[in-house]
Every structure is written in structure tokens, then in C-alpha cells.
Design a protein around this ligand. Sequence first.
Ligand code: NAP
Ligand code: ZN
Ligand code: ZN
Length: 346
Amino acid sequence: MTTVAAYAAPAAKAPLERTTIERREVREHDVLIDIKFAGICHSDIHQAREGWGEAIFPMVPGHEIAGVVTEVGPGVTRFAVGDRVGVGCMVDSCRECEYCKAGLEQYCTEGNIGTYNAVGRDGEVTYGGYSQKVVVDENFVLGIPEGISLDEAAPLLCAGITTYSPLRRWNAGPGKKVAVVGLGGLGHMAVKLAHALGAEVTVLSQSLRKKDDGLKLGADHYYATSDPATFQELAGSFDLIVSTVSAPLDFAAYLGLLRPHGTLANVGAPEEPIALNLFALLGGGKSLAGSMIGGIAETQEMLDFCAAHGIGAEIELIAASEVNEAYERVLASDVRYRFVIDTATI
Ligand code: NAP
Ligand code: ZN
Ligand code: ZN
């Protein structure tokens, strides 16, 4: 075991504080990663505050990890010391079920093993990226291509893949009108990726506060959802809407913005259920769908796509001691557009 510095929530809703955790010795197929940067995902906040239900404490959040390999186990074939690598939301799965074999490890029938707030197949609690080192099986480690800096790459490991996967699945591309609801961590990546895929992109944000940024990120149009006229003007316009909103939303209103046979793909994970009048789906034969992160192969595909298109996240780099303040700013929709912890400051 190796003792490493980390930032942890000692209990639900308690502020995060500096602590130490134990990392396992490197096993046959493991990679030891010196973590350089860790993104702050809204999911970290949902979990650290038990918004999704009972969680495991102390909790070291962080599933947007970028760093450098410092040791490899004897059976490792895909990585070498010095490689620039990332780890996302999963660190293991059964590897044998239909979905694992199809590269959809996130939908493993046994359940994927979360990077933190989970119990590994060895019975040990997992701890995430707000720490200085992590040991991960090489099959759940991604290569970060040259050309993306590690700090701007970290958020791709969750925000990037979570938006890339539905954009690809529902064919965002030339000739397609795509709307992105919520311009936060996931939303700003959705705008960049949908634009790079060739779609016509509209941002639907609560206000016009971030309009200039949205257009610079690649949006063609920008509307405020606080203005009821938006819903009249855009009725029946989009092939695909990707909702990244962290709070319950009036989905019926957004379904009204889809063309017939259009899809509203939701990736937001609000803490409360929503009510929906199903007539909103019937007229126009519309689909309401969900999507959770992406498989390992698709995550590598996304990273390579980002490198080819010069895409990284827009980040605010912070010291670990600023994490609690950063959480409050995320909750206030005041993030531009992803907080990333410089783990050297832990
Ligand atoms: P974030 O940075 O906080 O962005 C969420 C955005 O939603 C905000 O910036 C805001 O955008 C909008 N929003 C917030 N509250 C709202 C409200 N009450 N009404 C309307 N819009 C609101 O969060 P994130 O890290 O992108 O994560 C977004 C959600 O996705 C979270 O629930 C997270 O847990 C979930 N998530 C899911 C997956 C998955 O696999 N499906 C993966 C990662 C995260 P505007 O200011 O532009 O309105
Ligand atoms: Zn996340
Ligand atoms: Zn499986």
C-alpha cells in the first residue's frame, strides 16, 4: 500500500478537506498514475451531498483524471512509464457480459465499478481523482493524445464522452439541427463537439448571460429559456436536443421543440423525478432517451476526435483548497466552464 494525499468529503454535506488515503500495490495488469489534474463534475456534488441516495464516506470524488504513468505491472501491454493517460467514471466491470463484450462497459449487467463511491471487485472502496496518485487496471485507462494539454483533457473523461456518445448515437452531423440545453461543464463540451461534427448548434440557456461565450464555442444560435417566446419561435425545429441540466426540467416544453421523429437525449441526472404528460411524445412520434457516459473504446475515439479537431475543455484551474467554493459556484450555474483541480496543490 502507498499513502497519498487526497481531498475528501468526511460525511454527507460536509465540506471537503485534505486527508490521506491508501492506494493498492500495482498488480499484474495495473498502471500507477501520477495524477496531474482532476475535473469537478456536477456528479461529484450530487454524490458528496448524497443527492442520489446513500453514499460511501469518506469520499474522494473525481472521475475526470489526467496524469502520467509512473509504474506498470508485469502484464501491462497498452501503456508504458511516461505515457499521458486519463481515467473516467469507471475502473472495472465484469468484462464477460454481452455489454462489456460490445464495448458498453458502462451498461455491464453486473454494474460497472465507479471510480469513486463504489466497492471494487476486490471488496475495496474506490477513491477518485482529487488525489495525487491512482492505481487502475490498464483496460480502464485511456491514452491522452499529444496536442491536448492535460488540464484541458481532464474534463473530456466525463463531460466529453457523456456528450460525444449521444451526439454520435443520434447522428449529429451536417444537415442536422442540434440544441444543447444548459451551458455548463457537459453543455459547453456538447456545443464544441456538435459543432465539430458539422451540426447546426443552438444553445438553450436560462439567460443570455453567456451568449458571447456560447457563440465562440461554436454555437450558431443562442436563446434564453426564461423567455416564453423562445418556445414559440423554436417549436418543431430540432432533430436532436441534448439536455445536460442538473435539475428537474419541464421536458414537455422541450419536446415541443423537436421535429417529428426527433429525439430528446437526456444526460442530466437530477436528484428528483419529473412528471411528464406522455402526449408530448405522441404527436410527432418523438423519443425521450437517456445516455450514460460511454464505453472505453468510444472514450478513446472521443479523445482522438478532440485531438484531431483541436478540442479541449474551457477550464478554470483551481487549487485543491478552493474546491468547496468551486462546488458552490457550480450549484449557482457560475462555472466557465469546468473547474479543474491542480493536484500538486493537495
Ligand atoms: P453543470 O456544469 O452544473 O451544468 C449544468 C447546467 O444546467 C448549468 O450550467 C445551467 O446552464 C443548467 N441548469 C442548472 N440548473 C438549472 C435549472 N434549475 N433549470 C434550468 N437549467 C439549469 O453540471 P455538469 O457537470 O455539466 O452536469 C450536468 C448534469 O449531468 C448533472 O446532473 C450531472 O450529474 C449529470 N451527468 C450525467 C452523466 C451521464 O453519464 N449521464 C455524466 C456526467 C454528468 P445555464 O446556466 O446555461 O442555464
Ligand atoms: Zn461526471
Ligand atoms: Zn459486464
